[in-house]
Design a binder for this molecule. Sequence first.
Ligand SMILES: Nc1nc2c(ncn2[C@@H]2O[C@H](COP(=O)(O)OP(=O)(O)OP(=O)(O)O)[C@@H](O)[C@H]2O)c(=O)[nH]1
Ligand SMILES: [Mg+2]
Length: 458
Amino acid sequence: MTLNATIAAIATPMGRGGVGIIRLSGPKSLQIADKLFVPGPRFKGFKAYRLHYGWISNKEGQILDEVLLAFMPGPYSYTREDVVEINCHGGPAVLEGVLEALFGQGAEPAGPGEFTKRAFLNNRLDLTQAEAVQELISSPTQSGALLVGDKLQGHLGSRVEKLRLNLEDLKKELCLAVDFPEEDVQCLPKNVLAEKAGACADEISGLLASYEQNKVFREGALVVLAGKVNAGKSSLMNALLGRERAIVTPVPGTTRDYLEEAINLNGLPVRLVDTAGRRPTRDEIEMIGLEAGRRLIASAELCILVVDSCIEPDREDMEILEEVGADKIVVAANKWDLVDSSPEWLDSFSGSGAEVLRVSAKYGSGLEELTSRIRSRILGTPRVEAFSNMVPNLRQKNALEKAAQELELLINEADRDIPFDLLGVRLDCACAHLDEITGRIVSEDILNSIFDNFCIGK
Ligand SMILES: Nc1nc2c(ncn2[C@@H]2O[C@H](COP(=O)(O)OP(=O)(O)OP(=O)(O)O)[C@@H](O)[C@H]2O)c(=O)[nH]1
Ligand SMILES: [Mg+2]
């Protein structure tokens, strides 16, 4: 479809409602609507940005609906083209009737997201804003919608654009150094180049950190309870959930499969998983359960290693510690109600750098401290400041990562004897990845894949 076509679609959801809106965009919007509009008594011609009362008829002159019609001439419209919006009654048959009448007058059916695509192609929105439109519509929660609101205003896009301009300036300095190689030391010392590229890479890391932080709020953080049989994992699962979800018995090997439940830790959504207890086994079913547990542990944001405080940890506990690494582990020294004094072996955990908390799943002690540590360990203090109002989506995150990789390579190469013009190519590549985000330069394929996910009429 060419940009010259005048497109039309129902902009409101299909179904019955008080009002349903049909939107037209393109050079003939007003001309097409005018052919079907039967004005009300006080109509004195179409005025921009006013609501006009009247009726829509079909080409046989039959009245289809009583409407309010607005004309928004470009460039001050959603698409920057001439736009007409017709407020009809919100019934599917009415709306389809009016739409068909508009097609009969030369309007063409709009594709998914085509209004927003035109807004992008006509430079009213950058690509981050266009994507934010769809993200806003699909936000399930108000807090999610608030985050997108900032992107809709273009904050992410302008941040990325500023970064690109910084890299472009750096490229200019580099070109001077290439053009006057004998003066390269004065033009751009390599440590200064690396420093400037490093500053841009840090900013990208900040944007990536906000993606990661937001990811746990979007998808829920995976927290896995692991440990030897009988350590009290299922008891801890139940205690954290506040209900008897998992079977608890004194028999070692009670839990064979994993169990997943959602909990809310002061606003942080968590997917809490209880796993089969570790022990040497030849039982086929148990081995499958243990393998499933291993896979879950590997992808967990945090692993709670549950140990029985009465039993000195052995190979199995240490195996989990090694598998996961101390930075992703909280050791829950369970059954603390059964010990009189702190056993010495607890130090071996602390020595490994793992955080140890004393709890009793049975009597509920230490659980508040445990939940508050789970929360802060997951949210953590990010290495770099996250921009909470500029959360990239997955596509944008991938492009940011590629740009950051180019800068990392450039910083490494600046240390070695790599010619300036080759370093310049790295900057070009980083800029190209940033351009993909804002849509400054973007392939037709990427554009189609983005707008194909939109609804028709947006
Ligand atoms: N005294 C005391 N007993 C506990 C505590 N937590 C669990 N137990 C007991 O320890 C036994 C095992 O508890 P489970 O929760 O089934 O242990 P598990 O780690 O899930 O065991 P498997 O599923 O076999 O791997 C049960 O008899 C529990 O009542 C605790 O904090 N204090
Ligand atoms: Mg269990």
